[in-house]
Design a protein around this ligand. Sequence first.
Ligand SMILES: NC(=O)c1ccc[n+]([C@@H]2O[C@H](COP(=O)([O-])OP(=O)(O)OC[C@H]3O[C@@H](n4cnc5c(N)ncnc54)[C@H](OP(=O)(O)O)[C@@H]3O)[C@@H](O)[C@H]2O)c1
Length: 338
Amino acid sequence: MTSALPLRRLGTTGPDVSALGLGCMGMSALYGDADRAESIATIHAALDAGVTLLDTGDFYGMGHNELLINEALRTAPAASRERALTSVKFGALRTVEGGFTGYDGRPAAVRNFAAYSLQRLGTDHIDVYRLSRVDPDVPIEETVGAIAELVEAGHVRHIGLSEVGAATLRRAAAVAPIADLQIEYSLVSRGIEAEILPAARELGIGVTAYGVLSRGLISGHFSRDRALAPGDFRGVSPRFQGENLSRNLNLVDRLREVAQGRGVTVAQAAIAWVLARGEDIVPLVGARRRDRLAEALGALDVTLDAGDLAAVEAAVPAGAVAGARYPEAQMAHLDSER
Ligand SMILES: NC(=O)c1ccc[n+]([C@@H]2O[C@H](COP(=O)([O-])OP(=O)(O)OC[C@H]3O[C@@H](n4cnc5c(N)ncnc54)[C@H](OP(=O)(O)O)[C@@H]3O)[C@@H](O)[C@H]2O)c1
């Protein structure tokens, strides 16, 4: 039996989606080994609970994540499968060793990436399709124009963007309707508030916020002595290193006090804070286990009033985090940071 969750619309032209989406990346990549059966059980539990938005990228485990979603959808009850919406990123160029070598947003590449994704997902369309990082050699108008042609052909339903700044938002929106911008947004990553979020709002573009737990840093479950597997993004993320990690976990301790006072967990307070930032924002949560998912969904039952929000922000003031959100080489790919 599928339940219902509150819905939010992705921008003025996008679909209605569950107020929390499930980000599937960690089930295939970047956070160490994941358990395949538990990953599929987590997707099923999410769909059962009423989550309709599944976020992935064709480069998450180089196709692995899309194949996992394919299997989860094939083995889910028909009712939840039919309500599920896929949000897919493309464009990252990979090496056999797993490295990232750049981004390809050329129209021919867009068509090629989409053909492979549809095959791996086992669906006849992708609900929201987006370039993961701007290709500096291809004007955004050309990439968005190519996705618009896929919309015209019925292979894609809506166009999204990822990690772009206000100027690129405007250029893209002049070509075709944009449903949402996917971008990092959390208590400790508030960079979008100055220009990008106001521009998205002016243009009627929704936000799917990722990293709402700062990749586990502000989940309440990360500790100073946690051993990370080789290849875990957190092993290179500036926020998880040495003195930065210590300072950041001190912020989490302060957030824990506020959360405990409200009878919620740290992760729930962090997710509820993002939910409270606007009806046009849909947090993606990177749960890859059912217990983590249940905790994250609990945030939908938490209403932070003005006093609670002030207490949360006093515990984790804007700009208090130590360390950039990506290593320097990856920061250079972020149009949103220019
Ligand atoms: N557009 C982009 O550039 C971009 C970039 C990154 C991600 N994304 C998308 O956004 C999604 C979410 O991002 P993310 O996974 O980095 O961010 P996240 O949700 O901030 O972090 C997920 C991490 O938090 C830990 N965690 C602890 N408690 C949790 C709970 N109750 N619920 C969920 N996670 C909990 C997880 O646990 P454990 O380690 O304990 O399992 C996981 O390692 C990704 O799956 C991906 O689809 C997009």
